[in-house]
Design a protein around this ligand. Structure first.
Ligand SMILES: Nc1ncnc2c1ncn2[C@@H]1O[C@H](COP(=O)(O)OP(=O)(O)OP(=O)(O)O)[C@@H](O)[C@H]1O
Ligand SMILES: [Mg+2]
Length: 257
């Protein structure tokens, strides 16, 4: 496909198509590809966490999109919901299955308890995780379930989700923010909490285009990984996304590579 595309791009057909497009749309720049290119995949063994100080910014959604897109680009990662107050990914997946709390109770059987959400290996969360939270045991469960694959962790929201042992197991922590005043305020307030994080930290802005997201990252002082646009399908709570959203997730995956 890419060889055919390269051939067509180099042929006079491309120049004719471009001038027809300019005439019809008045736009000088080439149209973005309608079909997203093959996504990048997380490296084997890579571990990425998604977190926000305040809830409702789109953190779980971005974590799930990253896991699914990465699965489409290579080996499917493990997606684990570690939100110990309001785990929501199983609801999003339409799944009722064994949870990470079950895996903690059955040492040696963790891998049998992993479910599938399409191609992604998925470990749903449990509110009971909140009682006697033991980060080292959680990391051991995730190690066992990931079995060398990449892992995407939804850490939930709030300061107490930033457990040092959990953070130490990550290659990257993605601070996720929305663009509403309260959400941006929370992102600013999150920065001091992340200063001593033992892993690299990057920013994902949901509901913004690239330029605005770059300005937000600049002001917050955390490197921008990606800007995820507002997506009417995601806003409607269906787990489907438009092509520009998938391209933004691909940008995020490349930034995480
Ligand atoms: N890119 C987007 N465009 C539009 N709506 C979105 C987008 N991403 C997420 N949403 C919607 O925003 C809401 C919150 O998303 P999500 O549950 O991922 O946030 P969260 O930060 O994990 O929140 P919580 O604190 O509940 O864990 C959901 O209804 C979701 O469908
Ligand atoms: Mg969430």
């Amino acid at each position: 496909m890419s060889r055919l595309r390269a051939f067509l791009d180099a042929s006079p057909v491309a120049a004719v198509a471009l001038s027809l497009m300019r005439e019809a749309t008045g736009r000088a720049e080439p149209l973005a590809p309608i079909m997203p290119a093959r996504p990048a995949a997380l490296r084997r063994g890579e571990r990425v966490g998604f977190w926000s100080l305040c809830g409702g910014v789109g953190s779980s959604t971005v974590a799930a999109l990253v896991a699914h897109r990465s699965a489409a680009g290579g080996e499917a990662p493990l997606l684990a919901d570690l939100d110990r107050w309001a785990p929501s990914l199983a609801l999003r997946a339409g799944l009722s299955a064994a949870t990470i709390a079950d895996a903690l109770l059955q040492p040696g059987r963790e891998r049998e308890l992993v479910s599938r959400w399409s191609a992604v290996a998925f470990l749903p969360g449990a509110p009971s995780l909140n009682h006697g939270f033991d980060a080292l045991r959680l990391v051991a469960v995730i190690d066992a379930c990931a079995a060398g694959r990449a892992a995407v962790l939804d850490l939930g929201a709030g300061a107490d989700a930033l457990d040092p042992a959990l953070l130490a197991s990550l290659g990257r922590l993605c601070l996720v923010t929305g663009t509403r005043a309260g959400q941006l305020q929370a992102a600013f307030c999150a920065v001091p909490l992340l200063r001593t994080a033992p892993c690299a930290v990057g920013l994902v802005v949901v509901g913004a285009e690239g330029d605005d997201a770059a300005r937000i990252a600049d002001r917050i002082g955390v490197p921008l990984l990606a800007a995820i646009p507002t997506d009417p399908y995601l806003a409607d709570d269906s787990f489907a996304a438009r092509a520009p959203t998938l391209r933004a997730v691909d940008t995020l995956l490349r930034a995480l590579a």
